[in-house]
Design a protein around this ligand. Structure first.
Ligand SMILES: *[C@@H]1O[C@H](CO)[C@@H](O)[C@H](O)[C@H]1NC(C)=O
Ligand SMILES: *[C@@H]1O[C@H](CO)[C@@H](O)[C@H](O)[C@H]1NC(C)=O
Ligand SMILES: *[C@@H]1O[C@H](CO)[C@@H](O)[C@H](O)[C@H]1NC(C)=O
Ligand SMILES: *[C@@H]1O[C@H](CO)[C@@H](O)[C@H](O)[C@H]1NC(C)=O
Ligand SMILES: *[C@@H]1O[C@H](CO)[C@@H](O)[C@H](O)[C@H]1NC(C)=O
Length: 308
Protein backbone atom coordinates (compact mmCIF):
# COMPACT_ATOMS: atom_id res chain seq x y z
CA UNK A 1 0.00 0.00 0.00
CA UNK A 2 2.78 2.38 0.98
CA UNK A 3 4.46 1.53 -2.28
CA UNK A 4 1.23 2.22 -4.19
CA UNK A 5 0.78 5.59 -2.48
CA UNK A 6 4.37 6.51 -3.18
CA UNK A 7 3.97 5.81 -6.86
CA UNK A 8 0.74 7.79 -7.06
CA UNK A 9 2.52 10.69 -5.41
CA UNK A 10 5.36 10.40 -7.88
CA UNK A 11 2.94 10.46 -10.79
CA UNK A 12 1.30 13.61 -9.46
CA UNK A 13 4.68 15.22 -9.00
CA UNK A 14 5.64 14.24 -12.50
CA UNK A 15 2.63 15.77 -14.10
CA UNK A 16 3.22 19.02 -12.21
CA UNK A 17 6.92 19.28 -12.98
CA UNK A 18 7.55 21.04 -16.27
CA UNK A 19 9.19 18.75 -18.80
CA UNK A 20 12.48 20.25 -20.02
CA UNK A 21 11.07 21.02 -23.46
CA UNK A 22 8.42 23.23 -21.86
CA UNK A 23 10.98 25.17 -19.87
CA UNK A 24 12.94 25.67 -23.02
CA UNK A 25 9.76 26.81 -24.77
CA UNK A 26 9.10 29.44 -22.18
CA UNK A 27 12.59 30.86 -22.60
CA UNK A 28 12.44 30.81 -26.39
CA UNK A 29 9.03 32.40 -26.62
CA UNK A 30 10.09 35.38 -24.55
CA UNK A 31 12.69 36.34 -27.07
CA UNK A 32 10.51 35.71 -30.06
CA UNK A 33 8.08 38.38 -31.08
CA UNK A 34 5.47 37.81 -33.69
CA UNK A 35 7.06 40.03 -36.29
CA UNK A 36 10.19 37.94 -36.03
CA UNK A 37 8.06 34.81 -36.02
CA UNK A 38 6.26 35.45 -39.29
CA UNK A 39 9.47 36.44 -41.04
CA UNK A 40 11.39 33.58 -39.45
CA UNK A 41 12.41 32.07 -42.78
CA UNK A 42 13.60 35.39 -44.14
CA UNK A 43 15.89 36.09 -41.20
CA UNK A 44 17.12 32.51 -41.09
CA UNK A 45 15.61 31.80 -37.64
CA UNK A 46 13.75 28.54 -37.55
CA UNK A 47 10.83 27.82 -35.26
CA UNK A 48 11.88 25.86 -32.15
CA UNK A 49 11.75 22.14 -33.01
CA UNK A 50 8.51 20.44 -32.05
CA UNK A 51 6.54 23.67 -31.91
CA UNK A 52 3.68 24.80 -34.10
CA UNK A 53 1.36 27.74 -34.48
CA UNK A 54 -2.16 27.06 -33.32
CA UNK A 55 -5.34 29.03 -32.86
CA UNK A 56 -5.69 30.53 -29.38
CA UNK A 57 -7.22 28.36 -26.66
CA UNK A 58 -8.09 31.43 -24.67
CA UNK A 59 -8.52 35.13 -25.44
CA UNK A 60 -8.31 38.07 -23.06
CA UNK A 61 -11.16 40.07 -24.60
CA UNK A 62 -10.76 43.26 -22.56
CA UNK A 63 -11.57 45.67 -21.18
CA UNK A 64 -9.32 48.44 -22.46
CA UNK A 65 -7.34 49.89 -19.52
CA UNK A 66 -8.60 47.08 -17.32
CA UNK A 67 -5.17 45.50 -16.83
CA UNK A 68 -5.06 43.20 -19.87
CA UNK A 69 -1.29 43.63 -20.31
CA UNK A 70 -0.62 42.83 -16.66
CA UNK A 71 -2.80 39.73 -16.87
CA UNK A 72 -1.09 38.46 -20.01
CA UNK A 73 2.40 39.06 -18.59
CA UNK A 74 1.47 37.27 -15.38
CA UNK A 75 -0.01 34.27 -17.22
CA UNK A 76 3.21 34.11 -19.20
CA UNK A 77 4.90 32.92 -15.98
CA UNK A 78 3.13 29.59 -16.42
CA UNK A 79 5.31 27.09 -18.35
CA UNK A 80 2.27 25.62 -20.09
CA UNK A 81 1.12 28.96 -21.45
CA UNK A 82 2.39 30.55 -24.66
CA UNK A 83 1.28 34.14 -25.13
CA UNK A 84 0.94 36.14 -28.35
CA UNK A 85 3.21 39.16 -28.34
CA UNK A 86 1.01 41.49 -30.37
CA UNK A 87 -2.66 42.30 -30.42
CA UNK A 88 -4.49 40.80 -33.32
CA UNK A 89 -7.34 43.23 -34.05
CA UNK A 90 -8.81 40.49 -36.13
CA UNK A 91 -12.44 41.40 -35.71
CA UNK A 92 -12.13 45.16 -35.73
CA UNK A 93 -11.56 45.43 -39.43
CA UNK A 94 -13.49 43.48 -42.01
CA UNK A 95 -10.42 43.53 -44.18
CA UNK A 96 -8.52 41.40 -41.67
CA UNK A 97 -11.47 39.14 -41.03
CA UNK A 98 -11.61 38.40 -44.74
CA UNK A 99 -8.00 37.20 -44.65
CA UNK A 100 -9.39 34.28 -42.74
CA UNK A 101 -8.59 31.92 -40.00
CA UNK A 102 -5.22 30.72 -41.31
CA UNK A 103 -3.90 34.25 -41.21
CA UNK A 104 -5.08 34.59 -37.64
CA UNK A 105 -3.40 31.37 -36.58
CA UNK A 106 -0.18 32.51 -38.17
CA UNK A 107 -0.05 35.44 -35.75
CA UNK A 108 -0.11 33.11 -32.75
CA UNK A 109 3.12 32.16 -30.94
CA UNK A 110 4.96 28.91 -31.55
CA UNK A 111 3.79 26.51 -28.90
CA UNK A 112 4.57 23.00 -27.70
CA UNK A 113 1.79 20.40 -27.82
CA UNK A 114 1.05 20.64 -24.09
CA UNK A 115 0.93 24.41 -24.04
CA UNK A 116 -2.14 26.51 -24.41
CA UNK A 117 -1.99 29.71 -26.42
CA UNK A 118 -3.40 32.96 -25.11
CA UNK A 119 -3.85 36.26 -26.93
CA UNK A 120 -5.20 39.59 -25.78
CA UNK A 121 -7.17 42.11 -27.77
CA UNK A 122 -8.77 44.58 -25.36
CA UNK A 123 -11.04 46.01 -28.08
CA UNK A 124 -13.02 42.78 -28.42
CA UNK A 125 -15.13 43.32 -25.29
CA UNK A 126 -16.78 46.48 -26.65
CA UNK A 127 -16.88 45.36 -30.29
CA UNK A 128 -20.43 44.47 -31.42
CA UNK A 129 -19.20 41.84 -33.90
CA UNK A 130 -16.48 40.11 -31.90
CA UNK A 131 -18.64 37.62 -29.90
CA UNK A 132 -20.31 36.20 -32.99
CA UNK A 133 -17.08 35.90 -34.92
CA UNK A 134 -15.10 34.37 -32.10
CA UNK A 135 -17.84 31.81 -31.59
CA UNK A 136 -17.73 30.99 -35.31
CA UNK A 137 -13.99 30.38 -34.94
CA UNK A 138 -14.20 28.20 -31.81
CA UNK A 139 -17.41 27.92 -29.86
CA UNK A 140 -15.70 26.27 -26.86
CA UNK A 141 -12.91 28.84 -26.52
CA UNK A 142 -12.27 30.10 -22.99
CA UNK A 143 -12.70 33.83 -22.59
CA UNK A 144 -10.94 35.96 -20.01
CA UNK A 145 -12.29 39.39 -19.13
CA UNK A 146 -10.47 41.72 -16.74
CA UNK A 147 -12.46 44.60 -15.29
CA UNK A 148 -11.84 47.40 -12.84
CA UNK A 149 -13.90 50.19 -11.31
CA UNK A 150 -15.72 51.65 -14.34
CA UNK A 151 -15.22 55.30 -13.31
CA UNK A 152 -11.49 54.78 -12.72
CA UNK A 153 -11.36 53.10 -16.12
CA UNK A 154 -12.85 56.18 -17.81
CA UNK A 155 -10.14 58.38 -16.28
CA UNK A 156 -7.43 55.90 -17.26
CA UNK A 157 -8.79 55.69 -20.82
CA UNK A 158 -8.75 59.51 -21.01
CA UNK A 159 -5.18 59.61 -19.64
CA UNK A 160 -3.89 57.20 -22.27
CA UNK A 161 -5.47 59.15 -25.12
CA UNK A 162 -4.23 62.41 -23.57
CA UNK A 163 -0.58 61.24 -23.55
CA UNK A 164 -0.84 59.72 -27.03
CA UNK A 165 -2.15 63.02 -28.39
CA UNK A 166 0.58 64.97 -26.59
CA UNK A 167 3.24 62.71 -28.10
CA UNK A 168 1.87 63.21 -31.62
CA UNK A 169 1.50 66.99 -31.07
CA UNK A 170 -2.29 66.97 -31.32
CA UNK A 171 -4.46 69.35 -29.28
CA UNK A 172 -5.69 68.03 -25.92
CA UNK A 173 -8.70 68.87 -23.78
CA UNK A 174 -9.32 68.81 -20.05
CA UNK A 175 -11.22 65.69 -19.04
CA UNK A 176 -14.13 67.81 -17.72
CA UNK A 177 -14.71 69.24 -21.22
CA UNK A 178 -15.13 65.74 -22.60
CA UNK A 179 -17.24 64.43 -19.73
CA UNK A 180 -19.70 67.34 -19.71
CA UNK A 181 -21.68 68.84 -22.63
CA UNK A 182 -24.15 71.67 -22.06
CA UNK A 183 -24.10 71.11 -18.33
CA UNK A 184 -25.01 67.41 -18.54
CA UNK A 185 -22.91 64.26 -18.58
CA UNK A 186 -21.81 63.56 -22.16
CA UNK A 187 -22.85 59.91 -22.38
CA UNK A 188 -21.74 59.83 -26.02
CA UNK A 189 -18.11 60.17 -24.94
CA UNK A 190 -16.54 56.88 -26.06
CA UNK A 191 -14.62 56.36 -22.83
CA UNK A 192 -17.91 56.38 -20.90
CA UNK A 193 -19.57 54.02 -23.35
CA UNK A 194 -16.71 51.55 -22.97
CA UNK A 195 -17.34 51.50 -19.20
CA UNK A 196 -20.97 50.35 -19.61
CA UNK A 197 -20.00 46.77 -18.78
CA UNK A 198 -23.61 45.53 -18.71
CA UNK A 199 -24.29 46.70 -22.27
CA UNK A 200 -21.26 44.87 -23.65
CA UNK A 201 -21.67 41.80 -21.47
CA UNK A 202 -25.24 41.32 -22.66
CA UNK A 203 -23.92 41.04 -26.21
CA UNK A 204 -21.34 38.38 -25.21
CA UNK A 205 -23.93 36.38 -23.30
CA UNK A 206 -26.02 36.11 -26.44
CA UNK A 207 -23.20 34.00 -27.90
CA UNK A 208 -21.43 32.37 -24.95
CA UNK A 209 -22.64 30.85 -21.68
CA UNK A 210 -21.52 32.68 -18.55
CA UNK A 211 -19.38 29.68 -17.47
CA UNK A 212 -17.18 30.21 -20.52
CA UNK A 213 -16.25 33.78 -19.54
CA UNK A 214 -14.02 34.13 -16.51
CA UNK A 215 -13.93 37.61 -15.01
CA UNK A 216 -10.69 38.72 -13.37
CA UNK A 217 -10.98 41.50 -10.81
CA UNK A 218 -8.39 43.97 -12.11
CA UNK A 219 -8.27 45.99 -8.88
CA UNK A 220 -7.47 42.84 -6.90
CA UNK A 221 -4.96 41.59 -9.48
CA UNK A 222 -2.83 44.70 -9.01
CA UNK A 223 -2.90 44.62 -5.18
CA UNK A 224 -2.69 40.87 -4.63
CA UNK A 225 -1.96 39.02 -7.90
CA UNK A 226 -1.62 35.41 -6.78
CA UNK A 227 -5.21 34.51 -5.76
CA UNK A 228 -6.62 35.97 -8.98
CA UNK A 229 -4.08 34.05 -11.07
CA UNK A 230 -4.85 30.81 -9.26
CA UNK A 231 -8.50 31.24 -10.25
CA UNK A 232 -7.40 31.69 -13.86
CA UNK A 233 -5.24 28.54 -13.68
CA UNK A 234 -8.29 26.59 -12.52
CA UNK A 235 -10.50 28.09 -15.21
CA UNK A 236 -7.97 27.12 -17.90
CA UNK A 237 -7.50 23.63 -16.37
CA UNK A 238 -3.81 24.29 -15.86
CA UNK A 239 -1.82 22.67 -13.05
CA UNK A 240 -1.01 25.25 -10.33
CA UNK A 241 2.44 26.54 -11.25
CA UNK A 242 2.32 30.26 -10.44
CA UNK A 243 3.62 30.90 -6.91
CA UNK A 244 4.07 33.88 -4.59
CA UNK A 245 7.82 34.06 -5.23
CA UNK A 246 7.01 34.99 -8.84
CA UNK A 247 6.05 38.46 -7.55
CA UNK A 248 7.83 41.16 -5.65
CA UNK A 249 6.57 44.58 -4.71
CA UNK A 250 8.49 47.53 -6.10
CA UNK A 251 8.14 50.40 -3.59
CA UNK A 252 9.22 53.04 -6.10
CA UNK A 253 6.64 52.01 -8.67
CA UNK A 254 3.99 51.08 -6.15
CA UNK A 255 3.07 47.83 -7.88
CA UNK A 256 4.20 44.25 -8.32
CA UNK A 257 6.93 43.15 -10.69
CA UNK A 258 7.37 39.62 -12.05
CA UNK A 259 10.23 37.24 -11.43
CA UNK A 260 10.37 34.07 -13.53
CA UNK A 261 12.95 32.02 -15.47
CA UNK A 262 15.62 33.99 -13.62
CA UNK A 263 14.42 37.24 -15.19
CA UNK A 264 12.71 40.21 -13.61
CA UNK A 265 10.32 42.47 -15.42
CA UNK A 266 8.08 45.30 -14.48
CA UNK A 267 5.25 46.68 -16.53
CA UNK A 268 6.04 49.43 -18.98
CA UNK A 269 6.36 52.91 -17.45
CA UNK A 270 3.28 54.23 -19.26
CA UNK A 271 1.15 51.83 -17.22
CA UNK A 272 1.82 53.90 -14.13
CA UNK A 273 0.96 57.31 -15.62
CA UNK A 274 -0.48 59.77 -13.10
CA UNK A 275 -4.19 60.41 -13.52
CA UNK A 276 -5.48 63.99 -13.60
CA UNK A 277 -7.40 65.30 -10.60
CA UNK A 278 -11.00 65.36 -11.85
CA UNK A 279 -13.47 68.03 -10.68
CA UNK A 280 -15.40 66.30 -7.91
CA UNK A 281 -18.84 67.48 -9.08
CA UNK A 282 -18.17 66.04 -12.54
CA UNK A 283 -16.80 62.81 -11.07
CA UNK A 284 -19.95 62.44 -8.94
CA UNK A 285 -22.10 62.81 -12.06
CA UNK A 286 -20.09 60.11 -13.78
CA UNK A 287 -20.29 57.77 -10.79
CA UNK A 288 -24.03 58.09 -10.37
CA UNK A 289 -24.58 57.41 -14.08
CA UNK A 290 -22.41 54.29 -13.92
CA UNK A 291 -24.01 53.08 -10.68
CA UNK A 292 -27.19 51.76 -12.29
CA UNK A 293 -25.12 50.06 -14.96
CA UNK A 294 -23.04 48.13 -12.47
CA UNK A 295 -26.14 46.92 -10.69
CA UNK A 296 -27.41 45.53 -13.94
CA UNK A 297 -23.96 44.07 -14.62
CA UNK A 298 -23.88 42.33 -11.21
CA UNK A 299 -27.20 40.70 -12.02
CA UNK A 300 -25.93 39.50 -15.40
CA UNK A 301 -22.76 37.89 -14.03
CA UNK A 302 -24.30 36.78 -10.71
CA UNK A 303 -21.45 38.35 -8.80
CA UNK A 304 -20.61 41.72 -7.22
CA UNK A 305 -17.45 43.79 -7.31
CA UNK A 306 -15.99 46.18 -4.81
CA UNK A 307 -16.24 49.23 -7.07
CA UNK A 308 -16.30 52.57 -5.18
C1 LIG B 1 9.62 28.08 -43.14
O1 LIG B 1 9.76 27.32 -44.30
C2 LIG B 1 9.36 25.98 -44.16
C3 LIG B 1 9.69 25.25 -45.45
O2 LIG B 1 9.39 26.01 -46.56
C4 LIG B 1 7.86 25.95 -43.84
O3 LIG B 1 7.40 24.61 -43.71
C5 LIG B 1 7.61 26.70 -42.56
O4 LIG B 1 6.21 26.76 -42.28
C6 LIG B 1 8.15 28.11 -42.68
N1 LIG B 1 8.06 28.77 -41.40
C7 LIG B 1 7.55 29.99 -41.27
C8 LIG B 1 7.51 30.52 -39.90
O5 LIG B 1 7.12 30.64 -42.21
C1 LIG C 1 -11.24 25.52 -28.85
O1 LIG C 1 -10.96 25.95 -27.52
C2 LIG C 1 -10.89 24.90 -26.59
C3 LIG C 1 -10.74 25.53 -25.21
O2 LIG C 1 -9.52 26.18 -25.05
C4 LIG C 1 -9.74 23.98 -26.96
O3 LIG C 1 -9.69 22.90 -26.05
C5 LIG C 1 -9.93 23.47 -28.38
O4 LIG C 1 -8.80 22.74 -28.75
C6 LIG C 1 -10.12 24.65 -29.33
N1 LIG C 1 -10.40 24.13 -30.66
C7 LIG C 1 -9.68 24.47 -31.73
C8 LIG C 1 -10.13 23.87 -33.02
O5 LIG C 1 -8.71 25.22 -31.68
C1 LIG D 1 11.77 49.50 -9.09
O1 LIG D 1 11.30 50.55 -9.90
C2 LIG D 1 12.26 51.57 -10.13
C3 LIG D 1 11.57 52.72 -10.83
O2 LIG D 1 11.00 52.35 -12.06
C4 LIG D 1 13.39 50.96 -10.93
O3 LIG D 1 14.36 51.94 -11.20
C5 LIG D 1 14.02 49.82 -10.13
O4 LIG D 1 15.00 49.18 -10.90
C6 LIG D 1 12.96 48.81 -9.71
N1 LIG D 1 13.55 47.87 -8.79
C7 LIG D 1 13.41 46.57 -8.92
C8 LIG D 1 14.07 45.74 -7.88
O5 LIG D 1 12.77 46.08 -9.83
C1 LIG E 1 -16.49 71.77 -10.86
O1 LIG E 1 -17.41 71.94 -11.94
C2 LIG E 1 -18.58 72.66 -11.60
C3 LIG E 1 -19.49 72.72 -12.82
O2 LIG E 1 -19.65 71.47 -13.39
C4 LIG E 1 -18.24 74.06 -11.13
O3 LIG E 1 -19.41 74.72 -10.71
C5 LIG E 1 -17.25 73.95 -9.97
O4 LIG E 1 -16.82 75.26 -9.61
C6 LIG E 1 -16.06 73.09 -10.30
N1 LIG E 1 -15.25 72.89 -9.14
C7 LIG E 1 -13.95 73.14 -9.08
C8 LIG E 1 -13.25 72.88 -7.79
O5 LIG E 1 -13.33 73.53 -10.07
C1 LIG F 1 -20.90 51.47 -9.53
O1 LIG F 1 -19.81 52.15 -10.12
C2 LIG F 1 -19.68 53.52 -9.78
C3 LIG F 1 -18.56 54.09 -10.56
O2 LIG F 1 -17.35 53.46 -10.30
C4 LIG F 1 -19.50 53.65 -8.27
O3 LIG F 1 -19.43 54.99 -7.92
C5 LIG F 1 -20.65 52.96 -7.56
O4 LIG F 1 -20.46 52.99 -6.17
C6 LIG F 1 -20.79 51.53 -8.03
N1 LIG F 1 -21.96 50.94 -7.42
C7 LIG F 1 -21.93 49.83 -6.73
C8 LIG F 1 -23.21 49.35 -6.20
O5 LIG F 1 -20.90 49.19 -6.58
Amino acid sequence: MACFLASVFFLVLQSYAAPPELLQAAVTLHTLDLEAGTSANVSGDLPPPGTSKRAPHSIIIGVRKGGTRALLEMLDIHPEVAVAATEVHFFDWDENYAKGFEWYRDLMPYSYPRQITVEKTPGYFTSPLAPERIRAMNSSIKLLLILRDPAERVVSDYTQVYFNRLESHKPVQAIENLLVRNGALNTRYKAIHRSLYDVHMRNWLRHFPLEQIHIVDGDTLIHDPLPELQKVERFLNLPPRIVSSNFYFNQTKGFYCIRSDGRERCLHESKGRPHPAVNSTVLQKLRSYLREHNHSFYRLVKRTFDWQ
